[in-house]
Design a binder for this molecule. Structure first.
Ligand code: FES
Length: 122
């Protein structure tokens, strides 16, 4: 396993993203409220540079059949990534595709160590 310092931690603040090249792979590195994650910059749908897509939250909707009331809530701001080509949605905490649960983003270990962001390539 090879470990790579990809940035000073200050260069990747909470909510931030970097796309770096490591060992010939483009990898997106994200800071989610102090937790780091890293994914291959490749969408499992048709190969787009997924890690360069929009980062946002999402709406949930609920319907109560007894009262006929509907509710909508905006949740988890900054924790969903949308592929720039066809907008498949990925949960940045897990890499799982929430548009099609048969897919997920290939992931790498990422952490902060001694003020640096470190990504491990197996
Ligand atoms: S290539 Fe990513 S959704 Fe199609």
């Amino acid at each position: 396993m090879a470990e790579h310092v990809v940035a000073d931690a200050d260069a990747l603040p909470e909510g931030g993203r970097l796309v770096v090249e490591l060992e010939g792979f483009e990898i997106g590195v994200f800071n989610l409220d102090g937790d780091y994650c890293a994914y291959l910059n490749w969408c499992p749908h048709q190969g787009a540079p997924c890690c360069e897509g929009t980062i946002t939250g999402k709406y949930t909707a609920d319907f109560d059949p007894e009262t006929l009331e509907t509710t909508h809530d905006w949740i988890r701001e900054g924790e969903f990534l949308y592929c720039p080509w066809h907008a498949w949605e990925f949960d940045l905490k897990t890499g799982d595709c929430t548009t099609n649960d048969a897919y997920s983003l290939p992931s790498f270990s990422a952490r902060e160590e001694n003020g640096n962001v470190v990504v491990s390539i197996p």
